[in-house]
Design a protein around this ligand. Structure first.
Ligand SMILES: NC(=O)c1ccc[n+]([C@@H]2O[C@H](COP(=O)([O-])OP(=O)(O)OC[C@H]3O[C@@H](n4cnc5c(N)ncnc54)[C@H](OP(=O)(O)O)[C@@H]3O)[C@@H](O)[C@H]2O)c1
Length: 328
């Protein structure tokens, strides 16, 4: 009932999908197959049909668990995966044509399918993106029937715009949330005009926009919110949307009084995204089944009031944007 078209692909989906980075472990260590199955079952029972994963998540375990799940699922699931951040020869050598073909074969084996629904470049170096050969490889993979559609997960608006110029690019995955609004200005309207689907990652800014994190919250050492909070391991923007943790906690306090009655802060944050017409699917990661039910329910909520939208735009421009680190 609340489905949206996924760009110009002909596929449509509930605009809440499942982010599978933390599938089966919640960023807290060893992969738990039973937990992964429970999460996917809850997602499908809730109406979710769009899963986002990557070869690198839990060292291939996320893709492999999805592959096993697809064998038993009665509903059709659309799987978006990514290559480039894992395996030999490493990053950025993984974006050579030979490496991409090898990584696609490995993903096909883990997913136990003959065709990948959507293959995304996983945060490609800007100079490799600009050279454009990767897209030729993607078009060849599509021609060969290895992938149905291709797209890119990007770090910045500039990278996103260069992907839009590539024939056949079906989707862009971007960081977008109340604390990270830059794509709204130019990139999303351009994608909408081009019929390119927008997948939103970090919709809850790694959990900040649930309002449940505190200044003294302790994260497990295996959780990127511990080891990458200042960008020590990968792009700083992928953790807390690039905000220094202490600053982010203060900003969240300023949002609390704005949460509409009857909604949680997570509800407001996801609804804010669904109110953007260029957004095709939002992929909150979930560490517990309960979170999935709550996140999916947001698709049925009414839009936020125009006054709240206006206030959140000003809040971002006046209080947030100056603190964002990393490509944006
Ligand atoms: N470079 C890339 O392409 C890239 C990078 C990052 C993410 N992604 C994709 O995007 C997905 C989403 O991003 P993300 O997981 O990093 O960030 P996120 O969706 O903003 O935050 C996920 C975290 O929010 C909390 N949460 C979710 N729903 C909740 C609810 N209803 N109530 C309370 N807490 C809730 C959980 O925290 P707790 O674990 O503390 O419970 C969960 O781990 C990932 O799973 C992955 O598929 C892609």
């Amino acid at each position: 009932m609340h489905n949206r078209p996924f760009g110009a692909t002909g596929f449509s989906t509930l605009p809440i999908g499942l982010g599978c980075w933390q599938l089966g472990n919640g960023w807290d260590g060893a992969f738990d197959q039973a937990e992964a199955v429970a999460t996917m079952n809850q997602a499908v029972e809730s109406g979710v049909r769009f899963f986002d994963t990557a070869d690198v998540y839990s060292g291939g375990e996320s893709e492999a668990a999805i592959g096993r799940f697809l064998k038993t699922a009665r509903e059709q699931i659309f799987v978006a995966t990514k290559i480039g951040r894992w395996g030999e020869p490493g990053w950025p050598g993984n974006f050579s044509s030979a490496a991409m073909h090898a990584h696609v074969e490995a993903t096909l084996r883990r997913l136990q399918v003959s065709t990948i629904d959507l293959l995304q470049l996983h945060c490609i170096p800007p100079e490799v993106l600009a050279a454009g050969e990767v897209f030729e490889t993607l078009r060849n993979l599509r021609q060969a029937g290895k992938i149905r559609f291709f797209g890119a997960s990007v770090e910045s608006v500039e990278e996103g715009l260069s992907c839009l110029a590539q024939p056949g690019c079906a989707s862009l995955q971007v960081i977008l949330n109340i604390l990270r609004q830059k794509p709204l200005d130019v990139l999303l309207p351009a994608a909408q005009r081009a019929g390119v689907a927008i997948i939103v990652r970090l919709p809850l800014a790694s959990g900040l926009l649930t309002g449940k994190l505190r200044a003294d919250t302790v994260f497990n050492a295996t959780d990127h919110r511990s080891f990458n909070r200042d960008g020590a391991a990968f792009n700083v923007g992928e953790t807390f949307a690039g905000l220094p943790y202490a600053v982010a906690i203060e900003l969240i306090e300023q949002l609390r009084s704005k949460v509409p009655a009857g909604m949680s802060m997570a509800d407001m944050s996801l609804r804010w995204l669904l109110d953007q017409s260029a957004v095709s699917v939002v992929i909150p990661g979930a560490s517990r089944a309960l979170q999935i039910r709550a996140n999916v329910a947001v698709a049925a909520l009414p839009a936020l009031a125009p006054e709240l939208h206006a206030w959140l735009r000003i809040f971002y421009r006046e209080k947030v944007v100056a603190h964002i680190r990393g490509p944006n």
